[in-house]
Write a protein that binds this ligand. Structure first.
Ligand SMILES: NC(=O)C1=CN([C@@H]2O[C@H](COP(=O)(O)OP(=O)(O)OC[C@H]3O[C@@H](n4cnc5c(N)ncnc54)[C@H](OP(=O)(O)O)[C@@H]3O)[C@@H](O)[C@H]2O)C=CC1
Ligand SMILES: CCCCCCCCCCCCCCCC(=O)[C@@H](N)CO
Length: 332
């Protein structure tokens, strides 16, 4: 009896693998493709641009500061693999006015052809206790991190649907999979990208367009250095759990996943566990991924409970320490 059940399971898994080419998209060829990277003048975005350029893509870098854009253009151009490749710079605020974003994307398409891959990486972060974050920051972060990804996507989607091809990447964060102390303004803006990505993917899959959501851990960039200046101790200690990555390493992984059309792109072992654990109703792009989620879910939830316990105790310890040092200050 047991043997029959085992044989049936094996047959079922084999069958799944036989139909797997039907659900896995064909990889995008980066050589000669036009890749638009918002936030491409710094940190992770710049490394993503370099990674695509090294594989022969034409690049449009989008950000606000023109001097930073020009410097980034020079940095990217060092990695050319042929003399036809072009790096275009566009200065625009992706979060403020849709018609402006639409018109610069149009210009970029006129110069370098239709967009094959859009990378939404422009973003910023603020950390601090809920009541200490200035109220207008909650709106600001939603604008930059969420609307700043909606607008460029909206500007490329019609052409992608007409061409029946394309890739769209949203750069979320591990803080877009788990809400953490200090990220009451930042996390929701990154969680929002997941809802957008899932809804959009269901609409555009029949048009052969694939969405990728990337969830990097802390990554060594100018953005992180800025954030660290005011980061609460609790947030630092909790984030240390999944370590600090180099932006080049993050770029390699997320570009590979976008090229393959994977919906989920995680970085590092903690990232892998977090993604399996929080997969919910998100689409799968390979049988292996689905099977891994089924098998690991219970185990990872068990591990997660220990992590949550340790995060709670970090928060409690920090609170007690603060109260003790306040009391000591008073006595002096
Ligand atoms: N570094 C990290 O630890 C992690 C970062 N992330 C996410 O990755 C992305 C990149 O982060 P990182 O490389 O650290 O960031 P950086 O601060 O180093 O770079 C941010 C980039 O976005 C651009 N940008 C910011 N706001 C706007 C805007 N309104 N319009 C157009 N461009 C804008 C900046 O240029 P300019 O200011 O000139 O406009 C710059 O090019 C962000 O979305 C971040 O949330 C996710 C996980 C971890
Ligand atoms: C099985 C369960 C495993 C659980 C592992 C939990 C690990 C939590 C670590 C969260 C780190 C958050 C980094 C945010 C980075 C970011 O977005 C900002 N630095 C942006 O500047």
């Amino acid at each position: 009896m047991l043997l029959v059940v085992a044989a049936l399971i094996v047959a079922f898994v084999l069958l799944l693998y036989m139909i797997s080419p039907l659900i896995s998209p064909k990889p995008l060829k980066l050589n000669g493709a036009h890749v638009v990277v918002t936030g491409g003048s710094s940190g992770i975005g710049k490394c993503i641009a370099i990674e695509c350029y090294r594989q022969g893509a034409f690049i449009t870098l989008v950000a606000r500061d023109e001097a930073k854009l020009l410097q980034a253009k020079k940095d990217v151009e060092k990695y050319a693999i042929n003399d036809k490749q072009v790096v275009l710079c566009i200065s625009v605020d992706v979060s403020s006015d849709y018609s402006q974003v639409e018109s610069v994307i149009k210009q970029a398409q006129e110069k370098l052809g239709p967009v094959d891959m859009l990378v939404n990486c422009a973003g910023s972060s603020i950390s601090g206790k809920f009541e200490e974050v200035e109220v207008d920051r909650f709106k600001k972060l939603m604008e930059v991190n969420y609307l700043g990804s909606v607008y460029p996507t909206r500007a490329v989607i019609t052409t992608m649907k007409e061409r029946r091809m394309g890739r769209i990447m949203f750069v979320s964060s591990q803080a877009g999979q788990i809400g953490l102390f200090g990220y009451t303004a930042y996390s929701p803006s990154k969680f929002a990208l997941r809802g957008l990505a899932e809804s959009l993917q269901m609409e555009i899959k029949p048009y052969n367009i694939y969405v990728t959501v990337a969830y990097p851990p802390d990554t060594d960039t100018p953005g992180l250095a800025e954030e660290n200046k005011t980061k609460p101790l609790e947030t630092k200690l909790i984030s240390e759990t999944s370590g600090v990555c180099q932006p080049e390493q993050v770029a390699k992984i997320v570009v590979r996943d976008a090229v393959q059309g994977n919906f989920n792109s995680s970085v590092g072992p903690d990232g892998y566990m977090l993604s399996a654990l929080t997969c919910g109703m998100s689409p799968v792009t390979s049988i292996t991924e689905g099977l891994q989620q089924i098998i690991t879910m219970g185990l990872f939830r068990t591990i997660a409970l220990f992590y949550l316990g340790s995060f709670d105790s970090i928060v409690r310890r920090c609170m007690i320490q603060r109260e003790q040092s306040k009391a000591a200050d008073k006595r002096e």
